[in-house]
Design a protein around this ligand. Sequence first.
Ligand code: ADP
Length: 299
Amino acid sequence: GVSPRTPRAETRPAVASFSKKEVQEEPQKLLLNSEDLKIDKVLGSGGFGAVYRGTYLGQEVAIKKLHLIDGQVSSEQVAEFKKEVMNLQALRHPRLVSFIGAALAVPSLMIVTEFMPNGSLYEALHQRKLKMEHNQRNKIATQVSEGVSFLHGRAPPFVHRDLKSMNVVMDFDLNAKLCDFGLTQSMEKTHISRRDNEGGSPRYMAPELFDSRGKITEKVDVWALGCLVVEVISSRLPHEECTSIQQVMTKTLVEKQLPFNDWRGVSSSVQRVAELCFMFPPESRTSAAHLLEALQRLR
Ligand code: ADP
């Protein structure tokens, strides 16, 4: 069916209010005392905010703090913040960054998670250009697949909707975990509302995401997961030669090209399982659980 479109953030009135009650009513204590939090240095910034290294009661943590527009938080930001808090609270798994709590120092909204000292997979592969053995790369691909399989294995399944190497973070020993659950949604809803160009990062976008009638299902994650697996093994970005969303769209929809045409360094068995992630229509695409099994067999 046709998914409804929500108005863009700018067209909505800004509100700075956030009901503490809503968060406090949650079974576990989600709300941290913001005085126990110390913000240190910025680690990265994304769509809605910046992530900082800091401490909570002396323990090293990552703090995601929302950017404020004119000193106010938009209703869309509050909605995404709440969604991420509720998602993080509901989804606990060794392959997902663990949630410590939320802090509200109105008008600041903060999400506190465990600190991952090796930063994002994106930085490791493309900026620090970390030398990693083939086994280490396979391990990361397997761990990312474990995280996605966990999400998809919930009843009802959760769709992450923004899988990309910037949203994979690594601990001291280079164990990978998924982060950024701001777009994550449970498939319980009959349809997921989509905002223009906000289905995730263009390079990782499945063809159906470029179609306003396309449905958002866990298969959009499987496409992005296939991209991630090849990316971590080859150190190449999906659609690496494209510089705009238009180029990615043309390549995907008109030229019907896969996110990778250079498979150097990728074994034919990994190429075969990755290609199952790039099938179209989405129903013919493999599942995260199958991909995980295949990767475990290859290790
Ligand atoms: P946004 O939603 O603003 O994009 P993300 O959660 O995606 O925020 O995080 C943005 C960046 O911050 C990541 O790409 C990573 O570099 C860094 N980061 C996020 N979470 C952590 C963490 N738990 N530990 C260390 N760095 C992190």
